[in-house]
Design a protein around this ligand. Structure first.
Ligand code: B1M
Length: 210
C-alpha cells in the first residue's frame, strides 16, 4: 500500500494521530502536498461520504473521520499557504446558517490565504446579518459562503437579498460553493461567482480583486 492509500484508509477509520504522522512523513519525503490532499485526505472523505449515504456508517464515524481530515489539513497548511506580506484584499468566509460542515470552508480559507488574502473566518452556522456585519466592519472585498446541505442553500439567497435590502450588495464580490451548489444556483440567487473547489475559488477571487 502506498503512503497516500494508507492516509486514505486511516482517515476512513478516524485515526487522527496516525493521519497526522503519515501526512508529515509524506511531506518529509517531499511528496506534492496537493496530491496528499486530493488523493489521500479528500478521496478518503469521499468514501466515507458514500458509505454515509448508503447507511454503512453513521454520524459518529463521519465525525471522527472529519477530525482526522482536519488533523491532516493542519499539517499541510504551511505548505499550501505561502502568503506574501501585503494582503491583496480582504475576505469574510463562513458556512451558512443551520449548517455545521466546515472542512470545505476551511480549505477555501487556506487557499485564499495562499493567494494573499487577509481572511476573516466567521465559522459555521452563520446568520445572514452576521456575514454583512463582519464584511462592513472590516471593509471586505469578498464575501464567501459555503453550504453542504440542500436545506441550507436558501440561506445564501437570503444573505444576498439582505445585502440588497441594506444597500450594500454592490460593495462586495459574493462567492458561493459547497457540494450541492451549482453554477445555475449561483445565477439564480444573484451571486457573482460559483466555483466547484477551493483552489479555483481563490484563483477567481484573486482575478476579481487585482
Ligand atoms: Co454531513 N452531510 N451531515 N456531516 N457530511 C453530507 C453533506 C451529505 C451529502 C452526506 C450524504 O448523505 N451523502 C448529507 C447532505 C444531504 C443533502 O443535503 N442533500 C449530510 C447530512 C444529511 C448531514 C446531517 C443532516 C446528518 C444527520 O445529522 N443526520 C448532519 C447535518 C449537521 C448540520 O450541518 N446541521 C451532518 C453532519 C455531519 C458531520 C458533523 C458528522 C460531519 C461534518 C464535520 C465537519 O465539517 N467538521 C459531516 C460530513 C463530514 C459530511 C460528508 C461525509 C463530507 C463533507 C466534507 O467535509 N467533504 C458529506 C458527504 C459528501 O459531501 N460527500 C456530508 C469534504 C470537503 C472538502 O468538501 O465541503 O464539498 P466540500 O468542499 C469542497 C467544495 O464543495 C468546495 O471546495 C471544497 C473542495 O476543494 N467548496 C467551496 C466548499 N465551500 C466552498 C465555498 C466557495 C467555493 C468552493 O466559495 C465561497
Amino acid at each position: 500500500m502506498t503512503i497516500i492509500q494508507e492516509i486514505s484508509e486511516l482517515l476512513q477509520k478516524g485515526r487522527a494521530k496516525n493521519v497526522k504522522a503519515l501526512v508529515q512523513q509524506a511531506l518529509d519525503e517531499e511528496m506534492d502536498p496537493i496530491e496528499v490532499l486530493n488523493e489521500g485526505l479528500l478521496s478518503g472523505m469521499m468514501i466515507v461520504g458514500e458509505k454515509f449515504k448508503n447507511n454503512e456508517v453513521f454520524v459518529p464515524e463521519v465525525l471522527v473521520a472529519a477530525r482526522a481530515m482536519n488533523a491532516g489539513i493542519t499539517i499541510l497548511e504551511p505548505k499550501l499557504v505561502e502568503a506574501g506580506n501585503k494582503p491583496i484584499g480582504k475576505a469574510v468566509i463562513g458556512t451558512v446558517e443551520g449548517d455545521l460542515h466546515d472542512i470545505g470552508k476551511n480549505l477555501v480559507i487556506m487557499m485564499f490565504k495562499g493567494a494573499g488574502f487577509e481572511v476573516h473566518d466567521i465559522g459555521t452556522d452563520v446568520a445572514p446579518q452576521t456575514f454583512i456585519d463582519k464584511a462592513e466592519e472590516i471593509g471586505a472585498d469578498v464575501v464567501g459562503m459555503s453550504a453542504l446541505l440542500t436545506t441550507t442553500m436558501p440561506k445564501m439567497e437570503e444573505t444576498i437579498n439582505l445585502m440588497k435590502e441594506k444597500g450594500v450588495r454592490d460593495k462586495y464580490i459574493v462567492m458561493i460553493g459547497g457540494a450541492p451548489v451549482t453554477e445555475g444556483f449561483a445565477e439564480q440567487v444573484g451571486a457573482d461567482f460559483y466555483t466547484p473547489d477551493a483552489a479555483s475559488a481563490a484563483e477567481v477571487a484573486k482575478k476579481a480583486v487585482v
